[in-house]
Design a protein around this ligand. Sequence first.
Ligand SMILES: Cc1ncc(COP(=O)(O)O)c(C=O)c1O
Length: 400
Amino acid sequence: MKEHCFTPPKSQIESVLHKINKPTYVLEEAKLKYNLEILDYVQKNSGAKILLALKGFAFWSSFDLVSKYLKGITASGIYEARLGFEEFRKYNQDAEIAVFSPAFSKDEIMELLPIANHIIFNSFNQLEMFQPILLDTNIDIGIRVNPLYSEVTPAIYNPCISGSRLGVIPSEFQKRLDMLDLISGIHFHTHCEQNSDALFRTMEHFKKYFGDYISRMKWVNFGGGHHITRDDYDVGLLIKIINDFKSEFSGIDVYLEPGEAIGWQCGSLVGEVRDIISNKYNIAITNISAAAHMPDCLEMPYTPQIRGAKITNLDSNISTTSYRLGSPSCLAGDVIGDYEFDRELNIGDKIIIEDMIHYTIVKNNTFNGIPLPALAILRENGDLDIVREFGYDDYKNRNG
Ligand SMILES: Cc1ncc(COP(=O)(O)O)c(C=O)c1O
C-alpha cells in the first residue's frame, strides 16, 4: 500500500515542554521532512509536480525546507500569491505560483502579473474579462471544472454539491468550446482528506466530461485533498493513476496541490490547564480555545487527539482521570473534547494537542481577545526556535 520505505520519526516535543510557557504551535522539522520525502517520492515516480496549497499550510519559516522538495505553491488570491513569491521563491527561483479564485478582481489580476505562472479561472466570464490583460504575458491560463463527482462529506467541504459555485459544470463547458484555445490547463478539486481510490473513481467522471479536450492542454491540475502522507494512503495507486493518465494523454503535465498532506501530523499545539472545576464531570479549563485556535474542531467538527489521553464519552465513563477539556472563552460550546487521561490532571499541567499545524494557524483568530499562540520550530537537533510571538497589538490592529 505505502510502497515507499520512509519511517515516521518519533515526536521529540516532550523534551522541550519545559521551555514552553504559553500556548504555542510547535512544528517538528523531522516530521515535516518525512512528509516532504513521501511527496517527493510521488513526484519522482510519477513525474507529477506538487505545489503546496498555502491555504492549509502557510508556516513560511519552514519554507527553506519545503522548497527543497516541492515545485511551488498554489494560492487562493493575492496575499497567498505574494507570500509564495516572497518566502518560497526566494529559496527556489524556479518555484511555480498557481492562483485560483472563485472570482478575481481586475486589481488582483494586475497585482498577480509579475508573480503568477498559472492563473486559474472559475468561469468563462472571468476568462473573457481578463484574458486580454494576460495575452502578452508568460502566464498560463487554466479553467476550473466541476466533474459532478465528489465523495467528500460533510457537505461544507464538497465542491461538487448540487448548486456548487466552484468549477464549470460540463453543460456550461460545452457552450464555450470556442474559448478553449485561450487556455492551457484544466483544474479540478474534488477531494478532502481522501485516499487515492477516490481519485481513481473521480478520474472516470473527469474523463467522461472533459477527456476529449485534454490533448489540447499543456497541463491538468488534480487539485488538493489528497491525503498522501497519511499512514494508510495508497501511494502506489496514486503513482499509477498519474502514470496511466500521462500515457493516455502524452505530453501532459500533471499537478497536485495538497495543503493538509504537507502539515499532516507534523506538530502540535501546546497549552496548559488553568483550573479544574466540577459540574457533573471533572472540567479542566485550559488556555487553548477550539473556537480561536483550532476552529476546524468546531467547524468540521472533530475531537482532536491529546497526548497521554484517549477520547471518551463522559456519559458512560466517569472516573478520577476523565475530564472535559474546555477553553477560556465565553462560548458555551467552546469545548475541546472529553478525555480519559493516563493520570489525574493538576493546575499548570501541560497538554499536547496533536496534529495542530495544518489549517489551524491560517484560520486562528482573536475571539474574546484570547492571545494567538506563538509559532515554534523544533529542529531535528532538538533545538526549539520560537519564530513568532503575538501580543496585544495583533488583537488591537484588526479590530478598529
Ligand atoms: C482549489 C484547492 N486546491 C487545493 C486545496 C488544498 O486541499 P487540502 O489542504 O485538503 O489538500 C484546496 C482546499 O480546499 C482547494 O480548494
